[in-house]
Design a protein. Structure first.
Length: 357
């Protein structure tokens, strides 16, 4: 029989009844009587203890545990929560040819995020590329191409404004939900000396990695193929890792995988665009379209995997969740990925995108 936490009035009532039952002549039902006050004070303390025990019961296991308890589980199982990473990338700076822009020169965005140059650079007659690193860890340091940066401390013969080529690689500290998934994955799949879930857990332990797909023997007997996504780290690249990311993951996996594996392949997925076509949307507004796009992106984040067909019913359910009472007609069917390594994407750059007509 499940335990039900009694309410404070229930505890008070039980306390008065116990006094009447076990202390002859006691009557704690009289308002403002000293015995009534003492009884209710005792009941209040008992109720706090009951609430504390209920809180402990909720946090003992990681499926419902709060942040500090999750951190304890993570420290015990695999060393702790993944830390935030620092964004870095390239900007272009203009100025007088031959002028030195020294390493460590500070820059900032309009919202106060600080960056600094990574090395000494002599400017050329054209816009000069300069490597920069964000001084604040997390996704907040990522900047799209064309975003402006300002040089915080004036340098003679150097323009105060710089332009971002691309700054990415920043990911926030691992969230409670993501950490909970890793903890439960570890509990449900204890180490097995190199099975598919071992590779999944090893790869997920790396900063910035958010989803992993492992394909044993895809490249032949004794081989393992690993694909992964970096949903924050590479948000500007549709979550797909760069070749440098793949090399870093490969280098780490080589330190933990069994030596008996014939060969290990760490490769990015192949983006394949899907283009849902929505007709007769009854509430066709810009905000509704954005909500539908966000819902479809969320569905892909949950269900998309290399080679996984994206079924029309999944698309319809996501649109319905976003559209609410609005009506629509979905005239596209299932989207089958063309290869085992293909990953569904809504980005128009990959031949996808939503068509509202």
């Amino acid at each position: 029989m499940p335990f039900s936490l009694p309410t404070l009035p229930d505890v008070r009532r039980n306390n008065r009844d116990n006094l009447a039952a076990f202390l002859k002549g006691a009557d704690a039902s009289v308002p403002n009587d000293a015995l009534r006050v003492l009884s209710d004070m005792n009941a209040g303390g008992a109720f706090l203890n009951l609430k504390y025990l209920a809180w402990l019961a909720r946090n003992f296991l990681p499926d419902l545990a709060e942040k500090s308890w999750l951190d304890r589980w993570a420290a015990i199982l695999f060393g702790g929560r993944k830390a935030a990473t620092f964004a870095s990338g390239t900007i272009t700076v203009t100025g007088t040819a031959g002028t030195l822009l020294p390493a460590g020169s500070p820059l900032a965005t309009s919202d106060g995020i600080q960056y600094q140059t990574a090395a000494d650079v002599y400017l050329s007659a054209l816009a000069t590329p300069v490597a920069v690193t964000c001084l604040t860890a997390g996704a907040i340091g990522n900047r799209d191409a064309g975003a402006p940066l300002s040089i915080s401390v004036a340098v003679s013969n150097v323009s105060a404004q710089a332009t971002v080529v691309l700054i990415d690689g920043g990911a926030d500290t691992e969230s409670d939900d993501d950490l909970r998934v890793r903890i439960l994955l570890r509990i449900r799949n204890p180490p097995m000396g190199g099975c598919a879930t071992d590779y999944e857990q090893w790869t997920l332990s790396l900063p910035g990695v958010s989803r992993v797909w492992v394909a044993p023997m895809e490249m032949g007997v004794g081989t393992v193929t690993v694909r992964f996504a970096c949903d924050q780290l590479r948000a500007s690249n549709d979550s797909l890792p760069t070749l440098d990311d793949c090399a870093l993951v490969r280098a780490y996996l080589d330190t933990v995988r069994p030596v008996t594996v014939a060969d290990l392949f760490v490769v990015p997925a192949i983006p394949q665009g899907i283009g849902p076509r929505i007709l007769n949307l009854s509430n066709d507004t810009p905000s509704m379209r954005l909500a539908i796009e966000a819902a479809l992106q969320g569905m892909l984040l949950e269900k998309a995997a290399p080679g996984q067909t994206i079924f029309a019913c999944w698309i319809s359910d996501a649109i319905t969740e976003a559209a609410g009472d609005a009506t629509f007609d979905l005239v596209t069917g299932d989207f089958a990925m063309t290869s085992k390594g293909a990953l569904a994407s809504l980005r128009a750059a990959f031949g996808g995108g939503i068509a509202f007509t």
